[in-house]
Design a binder for this molecule. Structure first.
Ligand SMILES: NC(=O)c1ccc[n+]([C@@H]2O[C@H](COP(=O)([O-])OP(=O)(O)OC[C@H]3O[C@@H](n4cnc5c(N)ncnc54)[C@H](OP(=O)(O)O)[C@@H]3O)[C@@H](O)[C@H]2O)c1
Length: 249
């Protein structure tokens, strides 16, 4: 794996699921972590404790990153705690699925604010310290659904497609300062987020996946660790699918 010794990383929504796996993987490679959650304080503390137990450093910060002021505060506390932020992983995300004719405006707004605006708020807040340092890694978690679309997920797919546009635009803005901005697009990974899907829907996804299985949070995390590393210094504006071949670009 790739060395991230003493790099400072903030992972939004890292109390569970993919975010927790990313935080633990970055910590295992030597990064010092800010664990963020909105409601799941106990789970976030458990993730931090598991990092501390392997000799790492982790601090838990509660913040609803869909709110500009809270996202700004999260980055500010991160910089204050460790002196800088080298790696930002915009991972926090939710679903509120429905067919568009039944979709409530509140569910459209909440998904866009949580999945897309959060990445804008956090990236905006972290970019100044990164520009100052002339170094940074921003990794956004999009989804294969942002590439392919998905019936019943117009809000979620729009938010994830938006993440791709944000990733490519910001990569162009900050590349000259040695800051890279990339995204990973997971396929189906069993977590609380996907727990609502029926067995039939899950089986259908497996059947459409060339590798014939679901993914693991750790498999997304190792791709993020690579993109966060110095070895990935010449990669920016890219969308890396971690989906067993489900959606080939
Ligand atoms: N699982 C999949 O198959 C899959 C596929 C493609 C992409 N993704 C993406 O991967 C990311 C992680 O998903 P997951 O499956 O790991 O979901 P998850 O298990 O439900 O975890 C979501 C995390 O996001 C946090 N979060 C939600 N809203 C937040 C907010 N406003 N502010 C701060 N934190 C917030 C949650 O914290 P609280 O519990 O405290 O709210 C939790 O830690 C999401 O962006 C998702 O869209 C997942």
């Amino acid at each position: 794996m790739f060395t991230l010794t003493d790099k400072i990383a903030i992972v939004t929504g890292s109390s569970k699921g993919i975010g927790a796996a990313i935080a633990k993987t970055l910590a295992a490679q030597g990064a010092k972590l800010i664990i963020n959650h909105r409601n799941s304080a106990t789970e976030a503390e458990t993730v931090a404790q598991s990092i501390i137990e392997i000799g790492g450093q982790a601090t838990v910060i509660q913040a609803d990153v869909s709110q500009a002021s809270e996202a700004q505060a999260l980055i500010k506390v991160g910089v204050k705690t460790y002196g800088q932020v080298d790696i930002l992983v915009n991972n926090a995300g939710i679903t509120r699925d429905n067919l568009i004719m039944k979709m409530k405006e509140a569910d459209w707004d909440m998904v866009l604010k949580t999945n897309l605006s959060s990445a804008y708020h956090c990236s905006k807040a972290v970019i100044r310290p990164m520009l100052k340092k002339r170094y940074g890694r921003i990794i956004n978690i999009t989804s294969v659904v942002g590439l392919s679309g998905q019936a019943g997920q117009a809000n979620y797919a729009a938010s994830k497609a938006g993440i791709i546009g944000l990733t490519k635009s910001l990569a162009r803005e900050v590349g000259s300062r040695h800051i890279t901005v990339n995204a990973v697009a997971p396929g189906f990974i069993p977590t609380a987020l996907t727990g609502v899907l029926s067995e039939e829907a899950v089986n259908s996804i497996v059947q459409q996946t060339p590798l014939g299985r679901l993914g693991k949070p750790e498999e997304v995390a190792s791709a993020v660790a690579f993109l966060a590393s110095d070895e990935a210094a010449f990669i920016t504006g890219q969308i890396l699918s971690i989906d067993g071949g489900l959606v080939m670009q």
